[in-house]
Design a protein around this ligand. Structure first.
Ligand code: AMP
Ligand code: ZN
Length: 458
């Protein structure tokens, strides 16, 4: 069955054809670890996890590389202002190295709680300084760099194709530009290497052929992707904000050094918004996964919430949506549990499911199909086997769910046992009478493949 993905580079839905089937190489931009991940960031990682699971569902083996940005990301895209890590260090009173370690660890724990599959390779920018220096030297040797008072810059006017990913209107930008561009030759030029400021010692700095300093933000991804996946690989992804600057510049660097376009497919997840505006770490107005957990929500309910919208549209976060996702997920888990042991898969439903996910990861339609299966007249064992297969993509841990140990009063349990005895003796009238007595006390009893289940009435 063919898989179609929306490629930002060509602005089209394209059939996915990997370079070396059945292998797929995937690079996802990681977190800038100067603060906790917010649930907007996590929406993007859930989308990338779904992408990976869909690839695997289609029989591909995926090498998934994800970096950690622990240096070089400045507060401004124009390469001015402080390094986000140094800024985070001032905010917390901890060293830049300490906060990188702390936020990386919390981020990885968030991903585990959301059942996001572990990338094949995690790579940190600070562990790859020699690779980044070597790539800058390659770009320099090919004639794409110049030196200013504060760093080594990429001359974007040398690349005829610069900005193609974002459809940047360079002529318009150059003419209309009013902002201070310092010593940069073109407004879109960007730093490959920044010199440490002479007045202050930086916490993160390294020797280089150009002087002591630190790498620009974009070079880390070009250098690490080339190291682990080669200069041309299958899919590169990230959030929509990466289109005009970060990914545009990653492509420029790779073209200048290797003459390749970095990736064959470019996929971008759209923003999670809070009160109609982008959730961002820098604004400070953000929700963490832990915030949801503290309010009593299951992390997987947030996963369900994200699956219920397409990744290529902005999503407004609201608590009613979280409540609805919680109810739906609980119902699904409980239903699957009560179906008992799995039997054989319903191939027709599974094919329809694959058709939905292969249509540019249409998870909302895939979830609608899940509910159609739940309500269908297929045998419980068939439904269970089919749903567990689907869960390889959904990642809702349906097989692991157990009913919460809820307190059922002794007298209700006793009534339920008497009812079981009546049923065993085929005394249906007595069994019905006991069920009504249980209901009058505020509980429902349901007969399932794993025995009678008692729960408080809603
Ligand atoms: P950062 O830590 O800023 O480098 O972002 C990590 C990932 O989260 C990147 O792929 C961003 O594009 C993505 N991202 C940032 N803000 C949001 C948001 N509000 N909603 C969804 N993804 C986001
Ligand atoms: Zn990146």
């Amino acid at each position: 069955m063919t898989l179609h993905l929306y490629d930002t580079y060509t602005r089209s839905l394209r059939e996915f054809v990997p370079l070396n089937p059945p292998h797929v190489s995937l690079y996802a931009c990681g977190l800038t670890v100067y603060d906790y991940a917010h649930i907007g960031n996590l929406r993007t990682y859930i989308f990338e996890d779904i992408l990976r699971r869909v690839l695997e569902f289609n029989g591909y083996t995926v090498t998934h590389v994800q970096n950690i940005t622990d240096v070089g990301h400045l507060v401004s895209d124009a390469d001015t202002g402080e390094d986000k890590m140094e800024k985070g260090s001032q905010r917390t009173g901890k060293s830049a190295w300490e906060i990188a370690a702390l936020y990386t660890q919390v981020f990885q724990e968030d991903l585990r709680q959301l059942n996001v599959l572990e990338p094949t390779i995690w790579c940190k920018a600070t562990d790859h300084i020699p690779e980044q220096i070597a790539m800058i030297q390659c770009i320099e040797a090919n004639g794409y760099t110049y030196r200013t008072g504060d760093g080594i810059y990429f001359d974007t006017s040398r690349l005829p194709d610069y900005g193609r990913l974002a459809r940047l209107n360079l002529a318009g930008q150059q003419a209309g530009i009013r902002v201070e561009r310092g010593e940069k030759r073109n407004p879109t030029d960007f730093a490959l290497w920044k010199f440490s400021p002479p007045e202050a010692q930086r916490q993160m700095e390294w020797d280089s052929p150009w002087g002591v300093g630190f790498p620009g933000w974009h070079i880390e991804c070009s250098a690490m992707a080339a190291k682990y996946l080669g200069p041309l690989f299958d899919i590169h992804c990230g959030g929509e904000d990466h289109i005009p600057v970060h990914h545009t510049n990653e492509i420029a660097q790779t073209q200048a050094c290797y003459g390749t376009n970095l990736a064959n497919y470019w996929l971008h997840g759209y923003f999670l918004q809070l009160n109609e505006s982008r959730m961002s770490k820098s604004s400070g107005d953000f929700l963490r996964l832990q915030t949801l957990i503290d309010q009593g929500y299951d992390p997987l309910a947030y996963r369900y919430y994200c699956l219920n919208s397409v990744y290529r549209a902005k999503l407004n976060f609201n608590w009613e949506g979280m409540d609805a996702a919680t109810t739906a997920l609980n119902r699904l888990c409980q239903t699957v549990y009560e179906w008992g042991a799995p039997g054989s898969v319903d191939e027709e439903f599974l094919d329809r499911f694959q058709a939905e996910i292969n249509d540019d990861l249409n998870l909302p339609r895939a979830l609608a199909l899940v509910w159609e299966l739940v309500k269908s007249d297929r045998p419980a064992a068939t439904k269970k086997a089919t749903l567990l297969m689907m869960d390889q993509v959904l990642g809702l841990r349906l097989a692991d769910w157990q009913p919460a140990a809820q307190h059922i009063p002794d007298e209700i349990s006793q009534l339920a046992q008497q009812r079981q005895a009546a049923r065993a003796a085929k005394n249906w009238a007595e069994a019905d009478r006991l069920r009504e007595q249980i209901a009058a006390a505020g509980y429902d009893v349901q007969d399932t493949a794993v025995g009678p289940q008692i729960r408080p009435q809603k």
